[in-house]
Design a protein around this ligand. Sequence first.
Ligand code: APR
Ligand code: PHB
Length: 398
Amino acid sequence: MSTTIRTQVAIVGAGPSGLLLGALLAQAGVDAVIIEQRSPDYVLSRIRAGVLEQGTVELLERAGVGQRLHREGLPHEGFELCFGGQRHRIDLQGLTGGKRVVVYGQTEVTRDLMDERRKRGLVTHYGCEDVAVHDFDSAHPRVTFDHEGAAFELRADFIAGCDGFHGVCRASVPAKALTLHERVYPFGWLGVLSRTPPVAEELIYSNHERGFALCSMRSHSLSRYYVQCSLSDCVDQWSDDRFWDELRARLDPAAAAQLVTGPSIEKSIAPLRSFVAEPMRFGSLFLAGDAAHIVPPTGAKGLNLAASDVHYLSTALIEHYRDHSSAGIDDYSARCLARVWKASRFSWWFTSLMHRFEQTELSGGPIGFKLQQAELEYLVQSPAAMTTMAENYVGLPF
Ligand code: APR
Ligand code: PHB
């Protein structure tokens, strides 16, 4: 025997996509229940990128979670590209007619959305097991799950698959209904979080013969750094000292001299992947965020793409309930994918430009490195090329 629950939208996954969708639907009076397999602490322990486009910031404001973001987030009006031993600034604000980004960790976005949900008394079931989605080719889809030893059935009008890359929603769609596009890059990112002041006020993306490096931050006293590493590396091979030496070696002399080091408080290796699943809607099941697409982290587009999906999906569902219109629902997949492919292209291009590739790869080895230097030199001398980069970095319109 299972207990039946009824809602309008069943949301699978309480990452940023699921939580933001829940918040936007709640603002419009649409009822939603979120089913999450992990605990709140586990969800909050995942460290991910931290650059928010203006459109994402506006969406978070609309969802009622703008206050702390405005208080603690760091507005950035530019970033730096480092190559050939020098840094070159990309003036985001000047090149895009006043747009900028905000540096604010994804963990903090998630925490704010969780707090807001709790304050409003909205339902999230954490620690759910055996989550399964059913009947989404009909108007009466269901989600079944076990929670604290009891079986539940959640009946809804729609299911939002916000359950990330490894989730159950995309995996439940018949293979013949899906087209998957994927590239796994032949290296990883070793990331370190440390309670040290950031090396510079703005982010530094560095192309170096030894490999890519990125200097980012979470606050004025918390730094986030990355170096390109081998996919076969494991974290144990990277002592803090080895990490700092490698990062220093990949920066220009001025930044290297400025770098303040300290004990790492988190260290992990992440693979890089480009992935898109098409389409993003199957009857009454919608995929959003990492469930439908993954971008390599160069340029920090992952969370921002999740936000644009959720914008389209919340608008579509609200129109359905308020105006009895299916226009947004019918257009959902095409609207998302148009933006997803553009951001995927940018992330792939920025990744290709900044990383060291092996001789065996197209545009790899010494000639590949020379071609990258030529492109970077052209880029920082051409207002047209810098504008293209800046427009993509601050985010294409939703
Ligand atoms: N049942 C319920 N929940 C599930 C299931 C399942 N079978 N499988 C996965 N989940 C949960 C995960 O535990 C996770 O909390 O779904 C959530 C998915 O969250 P994310 O992976 O963070 O994906 P999303 O919310 O789309 O966020 C996109 O995350 O990976 C970054 O770069 C990405 O910043 C972007 C953001
Ligand atoms: C991060 O701060 O983790 C970060 C910032 C920018 C990126 C990727 C990651 O492009």
